[in-house]
Design a protein around this ligand. Structure first.
Ligand SMILES: Cc1cc2nc3c(=O)[nH]c(=O)nc-3n(C[C@H](O)[C@H](O)[C@H](O)COP(=O)(O)OP(=O)(O)OC[C@H]3O[C@@H](n4cnc5c(N)ncnc54)[C@H](O)[C@@H]3O)c2cc1C
Length: 416
């Protein structure tokens, strides 16, 4: 029996395993379906990683490398090329690799399976079904890891970070990126990526537009039709623009990878598509914790690694039977806040501050994030110049302010 099994060897899984090891946990196993550790970072060869954690600008593989080097010096067992097929609430893990199908068990589990990309089918984009349509992450993998060129005249649907980064990457490889098309009136990517990946290369960004048709010639994309949409996403007739191209990249969102969580009976938050978690990253099943993109889509790998430390510390406490609490309170979100992580808090706890992260569903200028107790009294305030859906917002709620709370706290925003 292992003390801890970590599923996934991306930055979340590696940071969690290292922290647990540093805390003295003895029998730790990391299981990864890929042939190497590093997760999605292995294909992110651009820089921009590690600014918070290492105070340096690293590429994705360099960032992952920092964890991989350290973990190789420990007794943490790494099982690569191994797919976790199933998980149950008793912390039995069912794996498949070249040695066959096996059941292994642990006292605690950390889920760190990351996200997968939404595909054309998820948004039912009409048109011909020829070649030349890729998810942005798949195109990134083909280019950066396999050395293939995926196209020469490109239209990108969605202004998420992966799409923005691929716009720059393909331009630097000699392709012409003709347009980035975004259905919302705002981008879901980081501001710095809009500047560095589109504006610096004069790539037009069409807000409130979507692809309404894809045409193929000889079974390859030959043009797309984009159209303007209204605020309810209805296509506005007569607004069509025809763009001849050979490639369409889809950057239309990520979905936390939670089939295993569901199999273990973990409660999933329909808003985040990740497990409902407590402040210590424990899920609704005792002893199963989670961190990183499996919980919610993060902007920065640095934050993923920090969140993983929290999950690991809680898993260590759980294994040594040190965790105890008296009651649970709920964290509620009022619109335009779409959700919060965590959704629940154990009380009392030793920590002085609780990290709460969330996204809004619209852009707000000068505003104040407020926390209210269950009686409606505002107990803390956080000023912001702006909040945008593309950037994960974070506040630290002092535990002293909620020590006596019995039911819930509510997070909301008011414009100044
Ligand atoms: C294109 C792109 C650009 C980015 N740019 C930046 C940036 O500039 N700066 C920055 O800080 N962040 C950036 N990020 C974000 C950052 O890379 C992610 O937030 C981070 O990698 C998420 O880490 P993770 O460990 O949760 O998930 P992942 O890195 O996805 O790792 C999950 C791991 O779990 C494994 N796994 C899943 N299911 C199973 C299973 N059933 N069995 C075994 N293994 C399994 C997967 O193979 C994978 O290795 C970018 C992300 C992308 C996609």
């Amino acid at each position: 029996m292992y003390d801890l099994i970590v599923i996934g060897a991306g930055p979340a899984g590696l940071s969690a395993a290292l922290t647990a090891c540093e805390k003295g946990l003895k029998k730790i196993l990391v299981i990864e379906r890929d042939k190497e550790m590093g997760g999605i970072l292995n294909q992110c060869i651009h820089n921009g990683f590690g600014l918070h954690l290492f105070k340096e600008e690293l590429t994705g593989p360099e960032f992952a490398g920092r964890f991989i080097e350290k973990i190789k010096e420990t007794d943490v067992e790494i099982m690569l090329d191994t797919m976790v097929m199933d998980l149950d609430e008793n912390k039995n893990v069912y794996i498949l690799n070249t040695r066959g199908y096996q059941k292994i068990a642990a006292k605690a589990i950390i889920l760190a399976m990351g996200c997968r990309e939404r595909t054309r089918g998820a948004i039912a984009t009409p048109g011909d079904r020829g070649s030349g349509v890729y998810t942005a992450g798949a195109a990134q993998r083909y280019m950066n890891m396999n050395g293939y060129s995926v196209g020469s005249k490109v239209v990108i649907l969605g202004s998420g970070d992966i799409g923005l980064i691929m716009a720059r990457r393909m331009t630097l490889e000699g392709a012409k990126v003709l347009a980035c098309v975004e259905i919302n009136s705002y981008s879901s990517g980081l501001r710095r990526n809009i500047k560095q990946c589109l504006e610096d290369f004069d790539i037009p960004l069409y807000y409130s537009h979507t692809i309404t048709d894809i045409k193929c010639t000889n079974n390859r994309v030959s043009k797309v039709i984009i159209s303007r949409v209204d605020e309810k996403y209805n296509v506005i007739e007569g607004s069509e623009i025809e763009i001849p191209c050979d490639t369409v990249l889809l950057s239309i969102g990520l979905i936390p990878e939670n089939e295993l969580s569901k199999a273990a009976g973990i409660i999933i938050d329909e808003r985040t598509k990740g497990p409902v978690v407590f402040e210590n990253m424990e899920t609704s099943v005792e002893g199963i914790f989670c961190c990183g993109n499996v919980v919610q889509v993060h902007d920065l790998a640095d934050n993923v690694a920090l969140e993983a430390k929290k999950a690991a510390l809680a898993a260590c406490k759980y294994v040594s039977e040190e965790s105890s609490f008296e009651r649970i309170i709920e964290v509620k979100a009022n619109k335009p806040i779409s959700y919060t992580v965590p959704q629940k808090i154990h009380l009392p706890i030793e920590e002085k501050l609780i990290d709460v992260s969330f996204r809004t569903n619209r852009v707000l200028g000068n505003c104040v994030i407020k926390v209210a107790d269950s009686g409606g009294n505002v107990i803390s305030r956080y000023k912001r110049e702006y909040v945008i859906p593309g950037e994960l917002e974070k506040i630290k709620v002092p535990v002293s302010l909620i020590r006596n709370e019995q039911n819930n706290i509510t997070i909301f925003i008011e414009e100044d």
